[in-house]
Design a protein around this ligand. Structure first.
Ligand code: SAM
Ligand code: SF4
Length: 266
């Protein structure tokens, strides 16, 4: 499937929940978070059904994200349902890693290929400050569990302010070198102000190469992270929503005033 600008759309990112067990300062407010009602959240059958249609139209790469995908009850069942769809050659998850110790093996058995784990610092105090609650040991154990389960390559997402030469990022870089982990540096973005840039070591952020569609946990299909355009897959039907998203995908991102990182998943 191609959009108006001849970009091939083959990558679907699915936010399976807007809930999270951390509160990263750049992603979620500490209080007053407006979460979707449970009745608004897509069921596993709806997500898998939608993914099936997206794959029939050319999607080959699927990523589960959140919120924190591992706080959604039974998420390994969803992984299994999606992994059974013929035509997906890359099935991954972006996670904060805190629950991976518990789920890594189950996820691998269910058919997940690999994980990206978010890690901005290797200092426990700074980690607690950034996440407003997290325990860094949980993430380290999660990284080991992912490696042992074979969810490879394990990639690290490191959010930076301006440069990968910042002290925290340099320490994470060393940690990755020492532990056989790939790293990608994501400059801190602002959806409302429209601040975004290319992900170093990754593929995001370059509009001319964008191959993505995003599905929120409440069933809104977003053709662009930095746009207010959204198509309701329940109202429109899956195929029509996908066709419209391809038709309406902007040439370049601008602003997104309707979502936050924790409900669209980055
Ligand atoms: N909870 C999971 C996690 O943290 O990996 C998945 C969802 S999170 C929204 C997905 C990615 O978005 C993470 O790598 C996170 O660091 C990144 N992210 C969140 N807020 C961001 C922001 N304001 N700018 C850039 N990246 C951000
Ligand atoms: Fe949660 Fe991930 Fe957002 Fe941090 S970045 S608050 S872990 S969704």
């Amino acid at each position: 499937m191609f959009d108006r600008f001849n970009r091939k759309l083959n990558y679907l990112r699915i936010s399976v929940t807007d809930r999270c067990n951390l509160r990263c300062t750049y992603c979620m407010p500490e209080k007053g978070i407006k979460l979707f009602r449970h009745t608004e959240i897509l069921s596993f059958d709806e997500i898998a059904g939608f993914t099936q249609v997206a794959v029939s139209k050319g999607v080959t790469k699927v990523r589960l994200t959140g919120g924190e995908p591992l706080v959604r009850k039974g998420v390994t069942t969803l992984v299994r349902m999606i992994s059974e769809i013929k035509g997906i050659d890359d099935l991954s998850m972006t996670t904060n890693g805190t629950l991976l110790k518990q789920y890594a093996l189950e996820l691998k058995v269910a058919g997940l290929h690999r994980v990206n784990i978010s890690l901005d610092t290797i200092d426990p105090e700074k980690f607690r400050a950034i996440t407003r609650s997290g325990n860094l040991t949980d993430v380290f154990e999660g990284i080991n569990a992912a490696k042992n389960a074979g969810l490879l390559p394990v990639k690290i997402n490191c959010v930076i302010k301006d440069s990968k030469e910042e002290e925290e990022a340099r320490a994470v870089t060393r940690f990755c070198k020492d532990n056989d982990l790939e790293i990608r540096y994501i400059r801190q973005m602002d959806l409302v102000r429209g601040h975004f840039s290319i992900v170093e070591g990754g593929t995001g952020g370059d509009c001319s190469l964008c191959n993505r569609l995003r599905l929120t946990s409440s069933g809104k299909l977003k053709p662009c992270l930095f746009s207010n355009i959204e198509l309701d897959i329940r109202e429109l039907g899956f195929e029509k929503a996908i066709n419209l998203a391809a038709e309406l995908k902007p040439e370049c991102g601008s602003k997104n005033e309707t979502d936050a990182f924790y409900n669209i998943g980055g």
